[in-house]
Design a binder for this molecule. Structure first.
Ligand SMILES: CC(C)(COP(=O)(O)OP(=O)(O)OC[C@H]1O[C@@H](n2cnc3c(N)ncnc32)[C@H](O)[C@@H]1OP(=O)(O)O)[C@@H](O)C(=O)NCCC(=O)NCCS
Length: 184
């Protein structure tokens, strides 16, 4: 197992895996593919036998949720002021490799990169499944100490309006999100 920084050559794999396992929809593919110049996009991948089996990607300098949430965005902007924010974008580990601490290690490494790139805050949007399970709950603490936290039930309700679907609920999504702002 190897951990390395992602490059533009990884974007297509990341786009396809994200669209399949995180949120369905062409918008997801387009959003990730638009980063091909890697100007404000970075991340870490876990590689086994030349295959990407996990990744954690980030958007630099922009506060960006999967879909707009103006009130939370306003509250967060008030805290960050003109300091640089990094938004956690996609986090995924292949089911065959889960439970071995890979996501935790990706999170530690991406946090270190965010610091080196001058980030002062790290924003996370942790998915709350309909049964209340939050897969990334124990992984986001590696992104720094929490200075803002908001639980937003129904966070993904409007996915369909943006041409997206939930991999669990389909069009009518009832999943929520735990939004946290971390200090880097
Ligand atoms: C979430 C995910 C990235 C975790 O990957 P992983 O490499 O198995 O995670 P780790 O082994 O580093 O686990 C760290 C901790 O999180 C817990 N955890 C991992 N996946 C979990 C899940 N699905 N539900 C609840 N807890 C989970 C582990 O039990 C572990 O806890 P411990 O430290 O007490 O043992 C992986 O399950 C995944 O890709 N899920 C689908 C996509 C997803 O949900 N992404 C996050 C969107 S916000």
């Amino acid at each position: 197992m190897e951990y390395c920084e992602i490059g533009s050559q990884d974007l297509e794999t990341i786009a396809i895996l994200s669209e399949r396992h995180l949120t369905h929809g062409k918008k997801i593919l387009d959003d990730i593919r638009q980063h091909r110049l890697m100007t404000d996009y970075f991340g870490v991948k876990a590689v086994e036998q030349d295959q990407i089996i996990g990744f954690y990607t980030c958007i630099e300098g922009r506060l960006e949720f999967t879909l707009p949430h103006p009130e939370a965005e306003r509250e967060i902007r008030k805290i960050i002021g003109d300091k640089k924010i990094v938004t956690g974008d996609t986090l995924y580990v292949d089911p065959a490799y889960r439970g071995r601490g890979i996501a935790s290690e990706l999170s530690r490494r991406v946090t270190e990169m965010a610091r080196k790139r001058g980030g002062k805050f790290f924003l996370t949007e942790a998915w709350i499944h309909p049964d209340g399970i939050v897969p990334a709950r124990k992984i986001v603490p590696f992104n720094g100490d929490v200075v803002y936290r908001k639980i937003l039930p129904g966070f993904y309700r409007d996915l369909y309006k943006y041409g997206m679907e939930c991999p669990i609920c389909g069009r009518d999504c009832v999943c929520g999100a735990e939004v946290e702002l971390h200090i880097l």
